[in-house]
Design a binder for this molecule. Structure first.
Ligand code: PGA
Length: 249
């Protein structure tokens, strides 16, 4: 049995005070939940304060990106050890917004994923096709390449800890969710691809999250699918009630 994961990607939202308020409310209602992993990913500026709020609870924190070097002259970047220091156990890597607006490639995703593991942070690696690619019927080809190039070269200890997020780009922030069947089809393909690379046993434990307009109304149907192990949630994670409902799907 893979343990469910509900992760909130706050993106570029919430100033420190707002982030602390949301984290405080979530801790009050979700801090004791033990049968699933709950992760919130605030922007960098709020990490330290949110860590102080959620410590001693079952809510964990993730960052939205990292740079692969440990330290040095890389203006504007944040390293794995800095994220660890700020209280992060997880980091989102290769989100489609980073691929689209900030030149993220499968190669940089791969370096970042390995750096995250090196520094003791669990990466949540995002893959997914655009609407054009889906319409051209190349979804599997696109996702397979993102996996082969982005998720290659892991050692066997790291493989079972990895988290992958399938986020069809056309479903992100658009209100258009993939149907549970559409999502499951790609999740199954992702798992088979990972098994071909890493072998049956280890890849079986990898949790694969779905992301793209997940709401309290559609989460249960998605979670019912065999290869969907959780959700990476943007918009619906910014509101206390909605994220609580999502976690308690
Ligand atoms: P959304 O974003 O839930 O607002 O569609 C999901 C994501 O980008 O991770």
């Amino acid at each position: 049995m893979r343990r469910p994961v509900l992760a909130g990607n706050w993106k570029m939202n919430k100033k420190i005070e707002e982030a602390v308020k949301l984290a405080t409310e979530l801790k009050a209602k979700l801090g004791e939940v033990k049968d699933r992993d709950i992760i919130i990913c605030p922007p960098y500026t709020s990490l330290g304060k949110v860590r102080d709020v959620i410590k001693d609870s079952n809510i964990k924190m993730g960052a939205q990106d990292l740079f692969w070097e440990e330290k040095g002259a890389f203006t504007g970047e944040v390293s794995g050890p800095m994220l660890k220091d700020a209280g992060c156990d997880y980091v989102i890597i290769g989100h489609s917004e980073r691929r689209q607006y900030f030149g993220e490639t499968d190669e940089s995703v791969n370096k970042k994923m390995k750096a995250a593991f090196n520094f003791g942070i669990i990466p949540i690696v995002c893959v997914g096709e655009t609407l054009k690619q889906r319409e051209e019927n190349i979804t599997f080809k696109v996702v397979e390449k993102q996996i082969h190039e982005g998720i290659k070269g892991l050692d066997e200890n790291s493989v079972p800890k990895l988290i992958v997020a399938y986020e069809p780009v056309w479903a992100i922030g658009t209100g258009k969710t993939a149907t549970p069947e559409q999502a499951e089809e790609v999740h199954k393909f992702i798992r088979q691809t990972l098994k071909r690379i890493y072998g049956d046993g280890d890849a079986h434990s990898i949790r694969i999250l779905y992301g793209g307009s997940v709401t309290p109304a559609n989460i249960a149907g998605l979670m019912n699918q065999e290869d969907i192990d959780g959700g990476l949630v943007g918009g619906a994670s910014l509101d206390t009630e909605s994220f609580i409902k999502l976690v308690n799907y």
